[in-house]
Design a protein around this ligand. Structure first.
Ligand SMILES: NC(=O)c1ccc[n+]([C@@H]2O[C@H](COP(=O)([O-])OP(=O)(O)OC[C@H]3O[C@@H](n4cnc5c(N)ncnc54)[C@H](O)[C@@H]3O)[C@@H](O)[C@H]2O)c1
Length: 249
């Protein structure tokens, strides 16, 4: 049995993850960690009480780096769903995971549909000169743009160095109206309002045509197969992975 701790256990994702772990035949929910509810308050406290094999983290952008450092420095394998890690921080975690031989998987999106959206966007990227991303989430999301949008842009940027070919010089009369400029000049636009859970549209354009790829998450259950796959991967392989696409067959 893989002994699991869920950090952020009382959050929207954490509660769903706890149920999924409880249903998995090869896993045991050994500890719940959260700053609220009936839970261990810190990872150290939980690990002292019941030696953790894999920690699953769905907390918040301002806690995740410290949580991951603690795990990788104390032999706890970690599956990270929390978004908001900076490039530099991801580099440091990769280094630490490899040096300490402690598995670490970071996935900005655990749903298979979203992973396919990213892969298809990467495939389409070389055929279009222009591309922009609109991501739409519920209004309790703390970070913008979403980790999925950033990862999508990174994957598309591997295919092309600029997606603003042919655009005339632009002036913003209202600051921010063109969104944020990311990798390879891909503009990312973030929408936050009730009614959405997590959606993303990637729009490609070239002379005389547009092409759209869209994914909508309507229930948090869509992430659970990916989370459990990630746990089994880090437990068996003990390596560093960024992106669920790397381990999907
Ligand atoms: N990778 C994915 O597929 C995916 C999918 C959905 C959400 N997310 C990300 O997961 C994170 C959590 O999302 P949510 O909607 O469940 O948020 P949420 O606010 O509902 O839950 C977060 C939980 O973490 C707890 N928490 C905060 N700081 C903590 C700390 N230092 N230690 C322990 N517990 C702590 C909070 O008390 C809360 O219960 C966000 O970063 C979100 O963007 C990722």
């Amino acid at each position: 049995m893989i002994k699991i701790a869920v950090c952020g256990a009382y959050g929207k994702m954490g509660q769903e993850v706890c149920s999924a772990v409880n249903m998995a035949e090869d896993m045991e929910l050994a500890a719940k960690i959260d700053i609220q509810g009936e839970a261990y308050r810190t990872i150290a406290e939980a690990n002292n009480a019941c030696k953790i094999d894999v920690l699953i983290d769905f907390t918040q952008p301002k806690s995740i780096y410290e949580n991951a450092l603690y795990c990788l420095n104390n032999g706890i394998k970690i599956v990270i769903g929390t978004t908001g890690l900076k490039d530099e921080e991801i580099k440091t975690l990769k280094h630490l995971s490899e040096n300490n031989n402690t598995g670490c998987l970071i996935a900005p999106n655990f749903s298979t549909g979203a992973v396919l959206m990213m892969k298809f966007s990467q495939m389409a990227a070389k055929y279009f000169d222009n591309a922009e991303i609109i991501e739409l989430h519920h209004n309790q999301k703390k970070d913008a743009p979403s980790g999925t949008a950033i990862k999508t842009a990174q994957m598309m940027a591997e295919a092309k160095d600029s997606f603003k070919k042919g655009n005339c010089p632009e002036t913003e009369t209202i600051k921010g109206s063109r969104g944020g400029t990311s990798y390879s000049d891909i503009q990312i636009h973030s929408v936050r309002m009730p009614g959405f859970m997590a959606s993303q549209e990637v729009i490609f354009g070239s002379s005389g045509q547009t092409f759209k790829i869209r994914h909508d998450s309507t229930d948090r259950k869509c992430y659970m197969d990916g989370v459990l796959l990630g746990v089994r991967h880090v437990y068996d392989k003990n390596d560093f992975i960024y992106g669920l696409d790397k381990i999907l067959d």
